[in-house]
Write a protein that binds this ligand. Structure first.
Ligand code: ATP
Ligand code: MG
Length: 427
């Protein structure tokens, strides 16, 4: 026997019945986005490596150690499997001059790749759903995006997700804060771990993000960016907060919520649950007014978020229980293969009317006994069996037998006019 080949570590197959939850979520997302007038974008999974080095940031975990990068064997191009979708969306917007006639509201869903240590809620291939609003500078779109994420979680039926919010101000305000922060960390150099020491001069803001328990107290007392914000930045933040209040989205300020890159400005936020252990951040986002320029575009304000679909679905199962695809309405029992040329078109006619029909499939030897077919029909969860027996077929009829209402009632229906009785099979 040949040796068996398994999936790459940290990359999951999504199979029934779980896959039904994915379809359900994707349908909810499409419907929600349409109601908010956001439109779908799909960008390539492979992009030039430089897009992420510049667009995600050289000093981020993603670029420092998580990217799947490779050289194109045929032409030597440096390529990377996308670890996130924002740089791809902005690249596409620049390349196709998407904002030439005004701002755009966009969303995406798809695979991202990060070489992390696989664990609960952390995979090497995972799916993100994201929304990006390009071309609008005002706090109202920051608020709209947060309301959108909140609404999605509500539509899915999730509870106990909190919203943390912060402002990163503008680059000049961050520079002043950064100086104070570096000076503070230098005074506490003895407490810095190796990671923090390395970041002290490349990306000190990220030290605030540390998960090292030994550093928590020191980091808690570090200078806060909020204290360095000027009037305009504070006004932006307060407007977002006021609009969230008006829409009934509760929030708290987390002064340590940061993104250590210069192209971020103003609003940053996360949606967090305490029910998924360490991987509790469902959604992270913020305003990235500087990114278009970094990627060679015209200055264009922009804001967006990304949400981890695996984490959202895991929380959904925790809170609401497992569910799969609904059972078919009817199961077609075909006693003899000779009946198939009559049965199959009838099933197509029923399906065309919206009835969910599963057809019995034979063993290769034959279709199987009536008893075994009825057992399969029962197991399928269908409410009706459609019996294509020789007697009823001879008079142009099919027998419809109730499987689940306890009556076992049978009626005969004309094969010729399936559309006329299709509705009687629907839930
Ligand atoms: P974390 O701190 O958990 O590593 P992050 O800051 O790297 O998150 P973002 O880049 O903001 O995450 O991505 C947005 C969302 O995508 C996260 O909030 C999370 O829900 C999800 N996510 C990120 N990395 C992974 C992963 N490796 N596996 C599954 N989901 C992930
Ligand atoms: Mg990460």
């Amino acid at each position: 026997m040949n040796s068996k080949i398994n999936a790459v570590k940290g990359m999951n197959d999504i199979l029934p019945p779980e896959s039904a939850r994915w379809e359900w979520l994707e349908d909810k997302v499409r419907e929600l986005m349409a109601r908010h007038a956001y439109r779908m974008v799909r960008t390539p999974i492979v992009e030039p490596t430089a897009l992420f080095v510049r667009g995600t940031g050289e000093t981020t975990d993603i670029v420092e150690k998580e990217m799947y990068s490779f050289e194109d064997r045929l032409n030597g191009e440096q390529l990377t499997l996308r670890p996130e979708n924002t740089p791809g969306v902005v690249r596409a917007a620049i390349e196709h001059n998407l904002t030439y006639d005004g701002g755009k509201r966009l969303y995406y869903m798809g695979q991202m790749f990060r070489h992390e240590r696989p664990q609960r809620g952390r995979y090497r291939q995972f799916y993100q759903l994201g929304a990006e609003v390009l071309g609008f500078p005002g706090p109202e779109v920051d608020a709209e995006l947060m309301v959108l994420a909140h609404q999605l979680l509500a539509d899915l039926g999730l509870a106990n997700v909190r919203v943390e919010l912060n402002s990163l101000g503008v680059p000049a305000e961050r520079r002043a804060h950064r100086e104070a922060l570096v000076a503070y960390f230098e005074r506490h150099a003895a407490l810095l771990d190796a990671d923090a020491q390395r970041r002290l001069h490349t990306n000190p803001l990220r030290i605030l993000d540390t998960k090292n328990p030994a550093m928590q107290e020191m980091v808690q007392a570090a200078p806060q960016l909020l204290d360095y914000l000027g009037e305009a930045s504070l006004k932006h933040l307060h407007t977002v907060q006021k609009l969230l209040d008006a829409c009934g989205v509760p929030w708290t300020v987390n002064a340590r919520l940061v993104r250590g890159l210069d192209y971020y400005s103003h609003t940053v936020f996360e949606f967090i649950t305490d029910e998924l252990g360490a991987q509790g951040t469902l959604c992270g986002g913020g305003r990235y007014d500087g990114l278009f320029e970094i990627l060679g575009g015209k200055p264009t304000p922009a804001v967006g978020w990304g949400m981890g679909i695996e984490r959202v679905l895991e929380l959904l199962v925790l809170q609401l229980g497992e569910f799969g695809a609904p059972a078919p309405d009817a199961y077609a029992i075909v006693p003899a293969a000779e009946a198939l040329p009559l049965a199959m078109p009838a099933l197509q006619a029923l399906r065309a009317e919206g009835v969910k029909v599963q057809m019995h499939a034979g063993s290769g030897e034959g279709m199987g006994s009536m008893k075994s077919q009825f057992k399969k029909a029962d197991g399928s969860g269908a409410r009706y069996a459609l019996v294509f027996g020789p007697d009823e077929l001879a008079i142009g009829m099919v027998t419809v037998k109730a499987l689940r209402d306890g009556t076992g009632a049978q009626v005969q229906r004309p094969l010729g006019g399936c559309a006329d009785w299709a509705d009687t099979l629907k839930a």
